[in-house]
Ligand binder design. Sequence first.
Ligand SMILES: *Cc1c(COP(=O)(O)O)cnc(C)c1O
Length: 550
Amino acid sequence: MKDILELFPSDDGNKKTQELFLESIKKIVRNLGDLKNENQATLGNIEEKSVEYYNELIHSSYIPKTGIGIPNVIEELNQFMNGHPYPNKYYLSNAVPLPSIPSLLGLLTMALLNGNGVWDVYGPAAAEAEVKVVSMLSKLIGYDPNNSGGYTTWGGQGCVFSSLRLAISKSFPQAKEQGVPQNVYCFASENAHYSLLKSAEATGIGTNNLIKVKADPHTNSIDIEDLEKKIIEVIEKGGIPLYILATMGTTDTFAIDNIKKIKEVAEFIEDKYKLNSIYIHADSAMGGFYSFFNNYEFEQNPLLFEPSVKDALKQIQEQMQYMHLADSVCFDFHKLGQAPYATSIWIVKNHNDLHIMDIEQNDTPYLGNRSYGSYHTGYTLECSRSGNAIPMYVNLLAFGIEGYQKLLANYVRVNLLFRKKLREALPQVAVTNDYTYGPITTFRFYMHGDGEENWNEERTGKSTQESIEETNKLNIEIFNHLGKNRDQIFLGDTTRSCLVNAINGSERNPISTLKFFSISPYTTVECLDEVVAFIKKHVLTVTNDIYACI
Ligand SMILES: *Cc1c(COP(=O)(O)O)cnc(C)c1O
């Protein structure tokens, strides 16, 4: 038993065990440090992994008969690090943050205490941090913290799912026992995250009852007229509009839906057709953090942002300020919140609503509902929950409002300058989310002519399906080429940054673009010449190869 006990933290706080544990942590941190290279987006050397590679892992993996001991454990962990992407300054692929030191310390504390968020008797720290974070963020966005509630859950997707589940419970209290009525419908922009597609499937509403609403060709945000038209069509066919997803910063282009107008349309229709309130979830997984500018004094500009950055931030904030109109919102700390996975929190405007989804006392015999303990989250879909509000909580304290403002403003600054430098270096490129400010730039290359002119034609539906498809192929070729060189500069890409009409055919056509996502605090305006030179070099290689073939 002694060798087994060595694998555990002490029961008495003795210094010897403590030192051994600290030494192990030191080794892990050192191993990671040894693999870092500030000029690379990867730790050590990247290795392409084939299907055969994984087949070999399946073949060779087994549980050892006797344990391998801590030194070997550290060596195994070290193996995992080599070739891993790392959000250094040239990590520009997607919203993968560099977890801050406070959030890592929070995570360590969470794991050391190992409280269960389901009940404050088992996880007092988890419960307390959750209550605090819900309150802090409620105050930030303009919910009444005395009425709001919420919990940490499995990602922004879990927040979308939870909100749809709540929408069903609120409109159909009997759905718990009888299932979901077959004539309820959900609405979202065609640019919304696929979370709602999955949620429509998993709640049994069915994906046929998820109605996609067109996006505006300039802003990529939901077309309000099309939303109204599609809701009325559903009602006139006997359907019930249940739920609208308002995306506050789309995953690919950072487009922000006009939630104020969405709410107005919903209220107008409820009134006209005498319907229950249509549930609105603000999918703010990506963009919610820009609420940190809600109380920024743009006139006085205390953080001295340059005029272009200040104006862009103001434009974002003008949309974000209405997030409180939603019935629920979400914050993904593992995106712009600078915390490790998975740190998402779902916040509802009225905590009483949560109890509609609560489990009966008889069905939860093991915990909750005692004379001791007073925070039991019987309404979550998970049973045991980690205390991951702890890393969120310490990040909010460590950065403060101004810390987040500085970080988030820098993403905007870097993107504004990137767009300018990119256009100067490559006339065949178009920025396809030019009307949207934030941490993301999507851009697209054309084989012939001026990029912006080509894009204006495509955006406004004046190109043919064939030419859109042709340009998509060119861009996908560029993705593949850049992707092979991602150990140096790791750019993102998407096969559908938005949809456009074509001059021929009635279908909406996907637009493939490259993506520049500034997420690392180390990505500054000083890095941009290098990034643009890298893009130029590789794009010219691809286009020259194509020319050579024709
Ligand atoms: C990332 C994202 C999601 C999904 O969030 P996860 O945390 O990955 O589950 C949902 N909606 C939007 C807008 C997102 O950007």
